[in-house]
Design a protein around this ligand. Sequence first.
Ligand code: ADP
Length: 225
Amino acid sequence: MIEVKDLTFSYTQKPFIVDMNFEVMEGEIFGFLGPSGAGKSTLQKILLGMLPNYKGVAKVGGVECKRCGSDFYRTIGVDFEFSTMYEKLSARENLEFFSSLYGIKGRSIDDLLLAVGLENDGDKRVSDFSKGMKSRLNFVKALVHDPQLLFLDEPTSGLDPTNSRMMKDLILEEKRRGKTILLTTHNMQDATELCGRVAFIVGGKLFALGSPGLLTFSHAHKHQL
Ligand code: ADP
């Protein structure tokens, strides 16, 4: 689904991401794990076609990211940390609006609201929603056109334990539906619960790649914890 080979990228004169290599298979939840400033969002932006001046290969669904067109955006769903909803519109109006932009028959809005426990809140204005409700709504906004690939940026960030649990269950449900999911997190616990494999990124470099459990074990073993 995703192929990254000898990827190099710089914001300034100095290369930031250097010779990075990994692949993401169809149907897996793959995590970018690492401290703040490590380069996780930069990598996501490259894969979303937002930073086209990279060197090497960065392909999503066989298409080189720097050359992706509007068709590409119909096949992906993006849920970044901040709400992108129209506050004065209801939840249902927002979802209907974003769904109409794709020009295809997507998923049922009622089913999506039900899936995130907002079936009785669909006609309320988004400005009256709590942070957890907004996060869940933002998540299903990424699903309206039923994309095959989901990009999630820190999906549980700032959520209380109940909303965080709900969000993780929603992500796992999309995996069960066969979606490929790429998520960034600095939370090892989330990575362990959700991801089949993680790329551990530090200072723009791929420090380690593997299952979260194995990475924890080898780190503990190395440092004899
Ligand atoms: P993460 O998502 O892991 O927190 P980022 O990819 O957002 O890390 O940022 C990695 C580094 O790149 C940071 O040091 C940040 O300051 C720098 N950076 C991000 N965007 C830009 C930009 N547009 N211009 C210059 N430097 C940037």
